[in-house]
Design a protein around this ligand. Structure first.
Ligand code: ATP
Length: 943
C-alpha cells in the first residue's frame, strides 16, 4: 500500500474527488485498512480526540469567587477600616477575604474538574471495517483511511468522504449552526462549496439522524473541521444550577438588607454617643457577621460530591442541574426492554396456522420448553431434522433465521449472541430445533433488506432460494405483519387471539411471513411489502424482568414516585410484564399508542395520571406523554435510547439515556446517562439527588443561625451596652466575628456534605419543585439557635467581664478575656449544634455517633485552631484575643451544651407535627381512593 499523505489532509479538497479517488488517495479500500496498517497510522497521526480549549475557566472561576456582592461589602469594610487607621482590622478582613476566596476557588476548581471528568465516562465508539470485517472500536482509535459504517443515532467519529448512502441525513448544528439535518450524497461537489454544502462529506462530531452509509475517514482529531474550531467549543460543564442561581438571588437581597441594617446600626451608635470611628466599626462588624461567606462554596461542593456519588452508582450526570432536579422527580417513565427487563430473549412458544383455510380451527401451537438459550447448553447443530418438529414449524424457524441479522458466536467454548437479542432468540430457537443457521443462510443468500425500525415494527429481507427463486421474508409485530398478508377479517382475528394468549403470559410475539417474488428481482421496494404475504406463524419469546428493577420500583412507590412503563411491545405483553414487575395491579388499565394519539391534550393529561403502562408507543408519543405529565405539574424523568427519543429526552425534566445500548444522539440529548442501562440506577440517582438536597438544607440550617446570632449579639450590644471612658463596649469585635464565620463555619459545614442518607430518604414524597430552600424548618431553626447563642455569648461575656473586674483584674485585660470567652462560647455552640444538624429528623444517637468521621475531623481541626486563637501570642495581636483560664472553658462548654436539650425539644415537636400532617394526608388519600372505587375508577397501584 502506498504511503499516503495523512496530514495535513486539509490540503486535499476531498469533496471535489470522486469516492474511488478519495479511497486510493488516502491509501485505503472498500474493505478498510488491515489491522497493522491501522495501528501504524494511529502511531503516526495520534488518537482521534479533540483537545478542548480549557481557556479561561480557572480565571473565570476565580472571578466568580470575587464577583459577589457580599465580598464587595467586605472589601469596602476593609478599606474603611484602613482609612480610619484601624490597619490591623482592615488587614485581617482582607486576609480573610483572600483566604475565603482561595478556599472557595480550590474547592470549586476541584468540583468543576470532577464534573469535567464525567465527559470521559460515557465511552464513544465507532463501527469500522478493518480487514474486511466490521468491528466496533473506540472512537479515539479511528485513523485516516478507516472505512466507517454510519447508522441513524451515531455520532460521526471523524471527517470522512462518503462512499455509499441510503437516506443518510446528519445534524451538523455543532459545526454549522444549522439545525435542519443535511441530506447526504456520494456525488462530487464543486471545489469552492462551503462546509455546509459539502454534501458528500460526513463531519466528525456531528450526528446521523436517519439512514445509513459508509465513508472513508480523511481527517481525525484536531485536523477535523470541528477540531479546527475547537477553541470555540465548551463541553457542558456548567456549574451553575437553579439552586446556585436562586441562592445568588437570596445573596443579593440579603446584601441589601444587611447594608441597610448596618447603616441603621451606625445611626443608632452615633445617636447613643459612639465616637464616629467606633460607630463605623460597629456597622462593619454587623455586615461581616451577617454575611454567610462560606455558603456558595458549600453549595457547589455538595453538588459535586453528589455527582461523583451518582457516577459511582452508574448514573453519569451530563448537566449539573439534574442533580437537584432528580431530588424532586415525581414520575419516572421507563422503557421496558433492557431497562426493566433483562433483554435476554428466549423463544418459548411457536404457533403455525392450521393447514387448510386460515380462520379454521385453532392452528398448531408448539411449546418449546427446551428452547431456552443456555450458554453451556447442548446445542443441536444442523444435521438431521428433529423428528418431532413438523415441516410448517421448520419453515417458520427458517424464515425467522433468514430475516435476521444476529449470529451465534462461540467464544472460549461459551455460546453467545451478537446482534439484537430479539433476533438472537430466533436463531437459538431454530438451532435448537435442528435448523442449522449457517447452512440455511448459505443456501439462501440475502439480496436486499429493509432493516427493522421501531416506527414500522417490522423487518424484511429478499433472499434467493436454492432453486434460484426469490422470496421476501418479513417478520415483526403481528399487527404490522398481518397487514401484508391475504388473511381475511376472521383469519386475522384468529391469529390475534393466539397472539393475545401468548402475550398474556408476558411473551413478545413476532409474526413471520413470506412471499415469492420475480426471479429477476434484485432489490426490495416499498410496493413489494404491501401485500401478498403468507403467514408462516408466530414466535413467542419471554424476557424476564430484572429482579433489581422489581425492588427499585417498589422503592420508588414508597418514595411517592410513580413509575410508568413505555414500550414498543404489544399491549397484553406490556400489561403482563407490568404485573410481574409490580408496576400495576392485576387487570389495570394500559394504553396503546394509537389510543394515545387519538386523545386531545386535555384528555391525555387526565388519562396519564391513572395509566402506568403504555404499549406500542412510538417516539413521538413519548414527547406528548412528557408534555401531558408536565402540564399536570409533575417533574418527569424519561428514558430513551433511540435517535427519535431525543426530543422527549430534551423535553423531560430529567432525560435519561442508556450508556450501553443508547445511540449517541440520545446520550447527547440526555441529562443523565446510565452506564448499565438499568432501571435500578435511576432509583439510585434519585436517592442521591434527595441526599444532596438534604445535605444542603443541613448546611444552611447550620450556617444561617450563626450569622443571625452574631448579628444579634452586635445589635444588642450597640443598643444596650455601656460606653466606658468614651469606648463603647463590644462582646465580639469585627475580626473575631470573621474568625468564627470563616474558620468555624467552613470547618464544620463542609463535612455535612458527606453525611449519610436520611433514613426516610426514600419513604417520603418528592420535594415540591418550587419549594423554597429557606423552608419553614430552616427559618425556625435559625431564629431559635440564634437567640440561644446570643443569650449565651452575651451572658457569658458579661459574667466573665464583671467577675474578673470584681476579682481585681485590670479592666482592659478583663475585657479581652471576656471577648475571648464569648468567641469560644460561640465556637463551642457551633460544635454542639453541628452534631444536631447531621440529621434533619433523628438525633445523633439514633443515626450513629460515628457514621460520618469527617465531622470529627472538622471538630478536631476547629478545636486546634481555637486553642491557637486563645493561646498563641500572634493571634492575640491579630484578633485581640487573650488566654483563658480552665474554668472559663468549663463555663463556656456548659453554656454551649444548652443547645442539646433545646434541639431535642425542637425535634420532638417537629416530628410530631409532621407525623400528624402525614396521617391527615393518608386519611384524605384513603377516602379519595375509596370514593374512586365507588365511582368505578381505576385503582391506584400504589399508595
Ligand atoms: P421498549 O420500548 O420496551 O424498549 P422496544 O423498544 O424493544 O421496547 P421495539 O424494539 O420498538 O420495542 O419493538 C416493538 C415491536 O417490534 C416488538 O414488540 C416486536 O413485535 C417487533 N420487533 C422488535 N424487534 C424486532 C426485530 N428485530 N425484527 C422484527 N420485529 C421486531
Amino acid at each position: 500500500m502506498s504511503q499516503p499523505a495523512l496530514s495535513p489532509s486539509t490540503a486535499v479538497a476531498w469533496h471535489h474527488l470522486p469516492a474511488s479517488d478519495a479511497l486510493s488517495r488516502i491509501g485505503s479500500a472498500e474493505t478498510g485498512l488491515p489491522d497493522d496498517e491501522a495501528a501504524r497510522r494511529l502511531e503516526e497521526v495520534g488518537p482521534n480526540v479533540i483537545q478542548r480549549a480549557k481557556g479561561d475557566s480557572a480565571l473565570k472561576l476565580l472571578f466568580r469567587q470575587i464577583n459577589d456582592p457580599l465580598i464587595y461589602v467586605l472589601l469596602a469594610a476593609a478599606a474603611i477600616a484602613i482609612a480610619m487607621g484601624e490597619a490591623i482590622d482592615g488587614a485581617v478582613v482582607l486576609a480573610v477575604v483572600v483566604l475565603n476566596t482561595a478556599i472557595g476557588f480550590v474547592q470549586e476548581f476541584r468540583a468543576s474538574k470532577a464534573i469535567e471528568a464525567l465527559v470521559g465516562m460515557v465511552p464513544q465508539t465507532a463501527t469500522a471495517v478493518r480487514g474486511g470485517q466490521r468491528r466496533v472500536i473506540p472512537a479515539a482509535e479511528v485513523v485516516p483511511g478507516d472505512v466507517v459504517v454510519l447508522e441513524a443515532g451515531d455520532k460521526i467519529p471523524a471527517d470522512a468522504r462518503l462512499l455509499s448512502v441510503k437516506n443518510l441525513r446528519a445534524d451538523e448544528s455543532a459545526l454549522t449552526g444549522e439545525s435542519v439535518p443535511s441530506d447526504k450524497q456520494v456525488g462530487v461537489v464543486p471545489e469552492d462549496a462551503a462546509v455546509g454544502d459539502r454534501k458528500n462529506l460526513a463531519f466528525g462530531g456531528t450526528l446521523v439522524t436517519s439512514g445509513t452509509g459508509t465513508a472513508v475517514v480523511v481527517a481525525t482529531g484536531g485536523a477535523t473541521e470541528l477540531g479546527r474550531i475547537s477553541s470555540m467549543l465548551r463541553e457542558a460543564t456548567e456549574i451553575e444550577t437553579p439552586l446556585t442561581r436562586s441562592m445568588a438571588r437570596v445573596g443579593r437581597v440579603l446584601t441589601v438588607a444587611i447594608v441597610a441594617v448596618a447603616l441603621l446600626i451606625v445611626g443608632v451608635a452615633l445617636l447613643r454617643g459612639y465616637p464616629p470611628v467606633d460607630a463605623m466599626l460597629a456597622g462593619i462588624s454587623l455586615a461581616v457577621a451577617a454575611i454567610p461567606e462560606g455558603l456558595p462554596a458549600i453549595i457547589t461542593i455538595s453538588l459535586a460530591i453528589g455527582v461523583q456519588r451518582m457516577a459511582r452508582r452508574r448514573a453519569v450526570i451530563r448537566k449539573l442541574p439534574a442533580v437537584e432536579t432528580l431530588g424532586s422527580t415525581a414520575v419516572i417513565c421507563s422503557d421496558k426492554t433492557g431497562t426493566l427487563t433483562r433483554n435476554e430473549m428466549t423463544v418459548r412458544a411457536l404457533w403455525t396456522p392450521s393447514s387448510g383455510a386460515p380462520g379454521g380451527e385453532g392452528g398448531e401451537a408448539f411449546e418449546v420448553a427446551g428452547v431456552g438459550y443456555a450458554p453451556e447448553g447442548e446445542l443441536r447443530r444442523g444435521g438431521a431434522p428433529a423428528p418431532d418438529v413438523p415441516e410448517a414449524v421448520r419453515a417458520l424457524l427458517r424464515a425467522g433465521l433468514l430475516c435476521n441479522d444476529a449470529c451465534m458466536t462461540c467464544k472460549g467454548g461459551a455460546h453467545g449472541i451478537e446482534g439484537d437479542p430479539t433476533e438472537g432468540a430466533l436463531v437459538v430457537a431454530a438451532q435448537k430445533l435442528g435448523v442449522d443457521a449457517e447452512a440455511t443462510r448459505r443456501e439462501h443468500p440475502r439480496l436486499d433488506a429493509v432493516p427493522f425500525s421501531s416506527e414500522r415494527q417490522l423487518m424484511a429481507t429478499l433472499n434467493q432460494a436454492p432453486g434460484g427463486e426469490r422470496v421476501i421474508f418479513m417478520k415483526g409485530a403481528p399487527e404490522a405483519v398481518l397487514g401484508g398478508t391475504a388473511l381475511d377479517e376472521a383469519g386475522r382475528a384468529q391469529v390475534m387471539a393466539q397472539v393475545e394468549r401468548m402475550a398474556a403470559q408476558g411473551m413478545r410475539v413476532l409474526a413471520v411471513a413470506a412471499r415469492p417474488l420475480d426471479r429477476s428481482a434484485a432489490a426490495l421496494d416499498e410496493a413489494d411489502l404491501a401485500g401478498g404475504f403468507e403467514l408462516l406463524g408466530l414466535e413467542g419469546m419471554i424476557d424476564p424482568p430484572r429482579p433489581e428493577a422489581i425492588d427499585a420500583i417498589k422503592a420508588c412507590h414508597d418514595a411517592g414516585i410513580t413509575v410508568k412503563m413505555i414500550t414498543g411491545d404489544h399491549l397484553t405483553t406490556a400489561r403482563a410484564i407490568g404485573e410481574q414487575l409490580g408496576l400495576v395491579g392485576e387487570g389495570a388499565r394500559a394504553m396503546n399508542g394509537t389510543e394515545l394519539s387519538r386523545l386531545s391534550d386535555d384528555e391525555l393529561r387526565a388519562a396519564v395520571a391513572s395509566t402506568h403502562v403504555f404499549a406500542r408507543v412510538a417516539p413521538e408519543h413519548k414527547l406528548r406523554l412528557v408534555k401531558a405529565l408536565q402540564a399536570g405539574g409533575e417533574v418527569v424523568a424519561m428514558t430513551g435510547d433511540g435517535v427519535n427519543d431525543a426530543p422527549a429526552l430534551k423535553q423531560a425534566n430529567i432525560g435519561v439515556a442508556m450508556g450501553i445500548t443508547g445511540t449517541a444522539v440520545s446520550k447527547e440529548a440526555a441529562d443523565v446517562v446510565l452506564t448499565d442501562d438499568n432501571f435500578a440506577s435511576i432509583r439510585a440517582a434519585v436517592e442521591e439527588g434527595r441526599r444532596v438536597y438534604d445535605n444542603l438544607v443541613k448546611a444552611l440550617a447550620f450556617v444561617l443561625p450563626t450569622n443571625l446570632g452574631e448579628a444579634l449579639i452586635l445589635l444588642v450590644a450597640v443598643m444596650t451596652f455601656p460606653i466606658l471612658g468614651g469606648t463603647p463596649m463590644m462582646p465580639i469585635t469585627a475580626v473575631q466575628i470573621l474568625w468564627v464565620n470563616l474558620v468555624a463555619t467552613v470547618a464544620l459545614s463542609l463535612p455535612l456534605a458527606f453525611e449519610a442518607m436520611e433514613k426516610d430518604v426514600m419513604s417520603r414524597p418528592p420535594r415540591e419543585p418550587g419549594a423554597p430552600i429557606l423552608s419553614r424548618f430552616v427559618l425556625v431553626r435559625t431564629v431559635i439557635v440564634a437567640v440561644l447563642m446570643t443569650a449565651g455569648a452575651i451572658g457569658l461575656f458579661l459574667y466573665e467581664y464583671f467577675s474578673e473586674v470584681r476579682g481585681g483584674v485590670v479592666s482592659d485585660v478583663a475585657y479581652r478575656e471576656a471577648q475571648t470567652a464569648a468567641v469560644t462560647t460561640v465556637v463551642l455552640f457551633q460544635i454542639f449544634y453541628v452534631l444536631n444538624c447531621r440529621s434533619l429528623r433523628d438525633s445523633m444517637l439514633k443515626i450513629g455517633l460515628f457514621t460520618n468521621p469527617w465531622i470529627y475531623v472538622g471538630i478536631g481541626a476547629l478545636l486546634a485552631l481555637q486553642l491557637c486563637f486563645v493561646y498563641a501570642p500572634f493571634m492575640h495581636t491579630l484578633f485581640g484575643s487573650a488566654p483563658l483560664p480552665l474554668d472559663a472553658w468549663i463555663t463556656s462548654t456548659l453554656v454551649a451544651m444548652s443547645i442539646l436539650p433545646v434541639m431535642s425539644v425542637e425535634r420532638w415537636w417537629r416530628n410530631r407535627r409532621e407525623r400528624r400532617a402525614a396521617e391527615g394526608a393518608r386519611r384524605a388519600a384513603a377516602s379519595e381512593a375509596g370514593a374512586m372505587m365507588h365511582r368505578g375508577g381505576a385503582t391506584p397501584s400504589h399508595p
